[in-house]
Design a protein. Sequence first.
Length: 400
Amino acid sequence: MAVRTAAPADSGEPSLTATTQVFSFSRAVPAKRDYYEVLGVERTAPAPDIKRAYRKAAMQWHPDRNPGNPEAEERFKEAAEAFEVLSDDNKRRLYDQYGHEGPSRAGFSGFQGTDEIFSRFSDLFGDLFGNLGFGGRRDGPQRGGDLKTRVVIPFAEAVSGVERELTVQRREACDDCNGSGAAPGTRPQTCSQCGGHGQVIHRQGFFTIQTTCPRCQGQGSMITSPCKTCSGTGAVQREATLKVNIPAGVDDGQTLRIPGRGMAGVKGGPPGNLYVEVAVQPDERFQRDEYDVHSKVTISMVQAALGCTVKAATLSGDIDLELEAGTQPNHVITRKGKGVPVIGGRGFGDHHIHVEVTVPTKLSGDQEDLLRELAELGGESVAEPKKGFFSSLRRRKRGC
């Protein structure tokens, strides 16, 4: 997939402004059950155990096994959501740390419906149900596939938020046939072999086997007069330009979900989503830790002893930082609320400025003499000066 990032420009062609819905932290829904409880595994369960638990739950609550049962469908979605989080190391770590709010920081806020689940775990469902006659209901409208891309932004833009323009190649619904795949004025015909079910039944003795219809390939219908524009596929390849709003506080590796901006759906099904992974370029002045930032200032031991004013880098620009006399090495100054904004408008992190005190490795003769005088005044024991012609000359000049 071709991807291009560029500054917004007036190209004369309309563009789509996408609203990200990844970082919503609260929804008006009943309290969610613990994901580990949903799958019936321990919090320390390894990945293979989590997959086995999900296979069992998906088999139990699959909609094709529970037709017309809304509770089973909710259980099916609940199990898929739990598996999506616990099978991903990053999402699982965030869930363990922040609960149900955590995975949204990695770009996951749940599934919209069973079609999205079938699309997300198509390989797994093929393995689970391919031999049992259960599947993704290929005979009706199907959700379009998801698209993924990546955008690189500077550290400063991750802190402040930014709007970026992305160009992606995607399949969109054909305008001439409205996505049906049939030529204008015609419509798909019900498959005569499976009667529109997309599945056929074979009986072998005492066994009944249900398989995908070989005539319509599980679609349930056939196009006798395909659309010339899309060759009967119902979709065409187009370049789409999107303006993506990257929220302030986004972190490196996080993913934005833009609903409805993926591949076109099939037979009138909804489009998929576009997932934008954000890569944040590092800034050598700052080290980020969640929503806190750390930076450092370096001063000499004389400045530390007597106090000074130094320039310090902050997220909003350089400031004059006053350090008191007697500042110790590794002293940390915390500026409350001056860190990275928390996504969702819940305040700011803190800025921690670490003070480094340098000790000179080489001294001039005068500097060494002054430091020895200071040590003598303080009653401190120091190493004897190195013997040499110039050190003796300095002592004679000072009357030592």
